[in-house]
Design a protein around this ligand. Structure first.
Ligand SMILES: [Zn+2]
Length: 264
């Protein structure tokens, strides 16, 4: 029996607790859910060159960390609903910043998880999040599709103990563009669960952008949560974001989207 089925069965017999703080009741309690409804630009500690404009639905800190971990590593697949809603919010926000006059359809490109990680977990949690986010966006009237345009190639070392530059070197050549699935004529948004150093998104964005015609929209990215910027760290290089209107991210016309919330 696979992990999601076990989790679903456990829900039938065990009282549900908030995945963020552990209080009994909703899967994300009314205190924790709003932490994933606060879109902001992700600002890694050191911006890797080529880091795409990235919006996170919340900070990867406090109760958000155990909530994402419960979904990713502990089989609480039902969290795809609130976390997918959070990802949809981040996609909608990053799309606003692109300032596209005609609001082109948005194509969500999941950052591929390694086959070994998918085998170990028994599921592909980023694909689950992507599917849920697409459904949320469509329900809100945002034309959205998914495209698995990237695939993994080769093996990479576990990056947990590596510095940002070591991660970048470790990741070089990790992703390949699947020519049969190359999306065209749309706003491409890489999607992932979490951004920390930004190395993975940077590498994925460079591979994706290399397959696009020049002069189009830049590749964007959206994640459920981003490591918060440490106080005093330098802000984003303005040249880096020249083609991206960061101020638009905070425009509050995201109201059509449902916000992450605990559902029973
Ligand atoms: Zn909570």
């Amino acid at each position: 029996m696979d992990v999601p089925v076990l989790a679903a069965l456990a829900d039938l017999v065990l009282p549900r607790t908030c995945a963020g703080c552990g209080v009994p009741g909703a899967m994300l309690c009314p205190r924790c859910a709003p932490l994933l409804a606060a879109p902001r630009l992700a600002e890694p500690r050191r911006f890797p060159a080529g880091f795409p404009p990235t919006v996170a639905a919340g900070a990867y800190a406090g109760p958000v960390r155990p909530a994402i971990n419960a979904f990713k590593e502990q089989g609480r697949a039902e969290l795809a609903a609130p976390l997918g809603a959070a990802l949809a919010l981040a996609v909608a926000a990053v799309r606003l910043g692109a300032g596209a006059p005609s609001r082109p359809p948005v194509v969500l490109v999941p950052v591929p998880t390694s086959p070994a990680a998918v085998r170990a977990r028994g599921r592909d949690h980023v694909r689950e999040l992507t599917a849920r986010a697409i459904a949320e966006l469509r329900a809100a009237g945002v034309p959205a599709t998914g495209c698995r345009a990237l695939r993994r190639r080769g093996r990479i070392r576990d990056s947990a103990a590596l510095s940002a530059s070591q991660r970048r070197a470790n990741l070089a050549g990790t992703f390949a563009l699947d020519a049969r699935r190359r999306p065209a004529g749309a706003l491409l948004v890489l999607v992932d669960d979490v951004v920390t150093t930004g190395a993975t998104l940077t590498e994925a964005a460079s591979v994706l952008a290399a397959g696009l015609p020049p002069g189009g929209f830049p590749v964007l990215a959206a994640v459920v949560a981003a490591t918060p910027r440490s106080p005093g760290a330098p802000r984003a290089d303005p040249v880096r974001t020249r083609r991206y209107r960061a101020g638009n991210v905070l425009r509050q016309d995201l109201d059509r989207l449902s916000r992450p919330r605990g559902k029973d």
